[in-house]
Design a protein around this ligand. Sequence first.
Ligand SMILES: Cc1ncc(COP(=O)(O)O)c(C=O)c1O
Length: 369
Amino acid sequence: MTRSLPDFPWDSLAPYKRTAQQHEGGIVDLSVGTPVDPTPVVVQAALAAAADSPGYPLTAGTPALREAVVRWFARRRGVTGLDPAGVLPTVGSKELVAWLPTLLGLGPGDRVGIPAVAYPTYDVGARLAGADPVVVDGLTALGPLTTATAPKLLWLNSPGNPTGAVLGVEHLAKVVAWARRHDVVVASDECYAELVFDGPHAPGPAPSILDPRVCGGDHRGLLAVYSLSKQSNLAGYRASFVAGDPALVARLLEVRKHAGMIVPGPVQAATVAALDDDAHVVAQRERYAARRAVLRPALERAGFEVAATGAGLYLWSTRDEPALDSVARLADRGILVAPGSFYGAAGERHVRVALTATDERIAAAADRL
Ligand SMILES: Cc1ncc(COP(=O)(O)O)c(C=O)c1O
């Protein structure tokens, strides 16, 4: 299994990190999207109140959690008719992304469609199942398809990591119609939906694959993958879920019960509290909007062109030079970023600059730029 996996990309950044650490003002690490602001008090309190937890939690999630997810999708994403049986908590969404092809029973000979520049775990998940990742850059790029040659699973990511692009209702509806024609399961990773800053979809949330304007209220063959890591500063809790087609979710649940893929009880309680509170999400979006407003013009003044996409936690930036030249140039100024090549060959002349640093570190980066 490990032979089929790529080297872990971030390990290769070690020399640039050492260079950046030598800067007299210290490193500004913008290479990963790990939140740095406090976990909201309302969520910490719910975790603490549920700390006495001697028994095994439900793999399916408590009824309270499943209902909180249904309420949140209705209130924030305009999703009606979501069945609580179509909701399942996951141990962070990276876990689900990495194992979904395996949990769906895909294997050698099956194809998994992934975006051209993408979060690397979509590719990893296909490989873990022994399936073949294929870049799907537009639906016609796959050519004429039969049920035998069509991908079994197609990943979407909107707003996208690393580009920040948002897929609109019309685009999503076309993908769903295509997927239904070819019997393809669509998994839509939407964890940045509440973090929209500019453009026609601001201030968000971005449309969901489960939105009735996208799927006509029919969730068959569709899964929305969601995480509270980013919008609620809960990456340390591993609080996330998948929602959509109850028949698909039942298949996932059956394997996950046998395999012990269970979200801890106190984290399930904390997830309910986080989903029921919108105020902290608005405050967090405003923090990131302010950092974006400082960092983006500073990158542009330093000669970078920044993608005009408007959402997510990254500035997808290029000086039209090889990615590692840009990484080295920024490391000399004490700023660590990720080369676009981590996200696919199409990113080889970009860098990904994360907004996940304190106001003080973002100001330091802007100053140096
Ligand atoms: C597109 C995308 N999906 C999933 C994840 C995983 O998030 P988590 O495992 O914290 O839920 C990330 C994290 O950066 C991401 O960018």
